[in-house]
Write a protein that binds this ligand. Sequence first.
Ligand code: NAI
Ligand code: MG
Length: 501
Amino acid sequence: MGSQGSDGCSAKVKLPEIKFTKLFIHGQFVDAVSGKTFDTIDPRTGDRIAKIAEGDKADIDLAVKAAREAFDHGPWPRMTGSARGKLMFKLADLMDQNVEEITSLDALNAGKPLILVKLVDFSDAVNALRYFAGAADKIHGETLKMSGSLLGHTWREPIGVVGLIIPWNFPTTLLFGCLAPALAAGCTVVVKPAEQTPLTALYYGHLAKLAGIPDGVINVVTGFGPTAGAALSSHMDVDKISFTGSTKVGRLIMEAAAKSNLKSVTLELGGKSPLIIFDDADLDMAVELARAAVFFNKGEICVAGSRVLVQEGIYDEFLKKLIVKTKEWVVGDPFDPQVNQGPQIDRRQFEKVLAYIECGKKEGATLVTGGKACGSKGYYIEPTIFADVKDDMTIAKEEIFGPVMSLMKFKTIEEAIERANKTMYGLAAGIVTKNLNVANTVSRSVRAGTIWVNCYFAFDADCPYGGYKMSGFGRANGLNALDNYLQVKSVVTPLYNSPWL
Ligand code: NAI
Ligand code: MG
């Protein structure tokens, strides 16, 4: 554990006050129709932080009704893009003014180092909000010169009421990755945050109201996936679902869409991303990247570089340096500024990751460091490295979503490409080399949505991001992300008094 003692929990931390625990529907905080609540848990201890309203189908119905009304009759989709953008900028300013409180809530609820929540989660989210706020008044169609004497033009119109189903690993970043373009497009939304991390989404409901975003534009229903989430994805009055989470639930969302109103769906799902390190790599940089690629956010990140392929010429030296660096990686209380890695999100994920570690040992991979839980309470796991991992081992194939690296040796560039692609996923890949030809060849041959050359986790609001293969479809970030929330309407008129009817 880190420097704060064996229970993984600093004594002196001032925890944020929990102000919002009810559903946010049509601009009001309300109890669930059933009156039920569920506990949101502190992953440092397993103790309850607060009781949160447990929304269900009845609450989703109310939230969708509010969003539908705001879309069909309210000002939001009808106001100018610049007016919408102005309110979004206001929301971003309010987020900045409340940065300490917001980031403490995410650090507490998701077990993430507070410093990193500020530097990564929060700043990515606010940047995305401002990026799309600036895009809100730049959404326009095309003028078409059609055959004959017809004039055509297109409108890009908001798609309607959007359901945003968000996971727990980046409660703020992944929410704004969808919410910002949806708002810019003129959509209204119902947010279903993950049951593990409801706190910040409710806080953003409060800030949206303060910013002057009209009631009903943003609604937040906290609750569980199979109840609230399923009610949202199968709702007849929802026009679109943006989902980030497991591949298994992604499939359920598509099924629900197919069986209800054929709503459009964008999916950002799991991954098993390769980080490929060539003999000519800067070794220290490669070690830093490999360590961060899988241990950052305790491995709870869909783009985690969980398969590290290292060329044979540097493999042994790389491993030696990596073990030293991994032992310096501090696990402990996310509120301690020295800490690199907090607890896993909950008991279920904690047990799942430990089961994968057992599976790695059983299938014959070599455990070189880590491999155990740590601390006397909470869900802490040591950063763990398996060497000599074979492609057909479970730990090489399945998304572990924990601090577990699978290290593999390769000989040639062709072999690296083939093995990198030997996965049902295709979210990201990393390449470490000084050779431009190698970088170009590999980046064009690996089937993944984002390729990082001599870097990892380099995200930006302007850089599209999303999956190939079973990692999903549709792109977040970049101006094209607006297309997820827009429809194209073609309008055709005769230029002259022509016979077209
Ligand atoms: P999950 O996919 O069940 O949860 C994500 C969101 O989907 C949550 O808001 C949840 O309430 C909702 N959900 C669950 N079942 C639903 C349903 N039937 N209909 C509609 N919404 C539903 O993920 P879970 O179970 O928390 O984690 C399992 C694994 O999924 C992880 O170990 C990891 O491999 C992967 N995962 C990937 C994420 C990513 O960023 N791509 C994020 C979270 C999990
Ligand atoms: Mg699940």
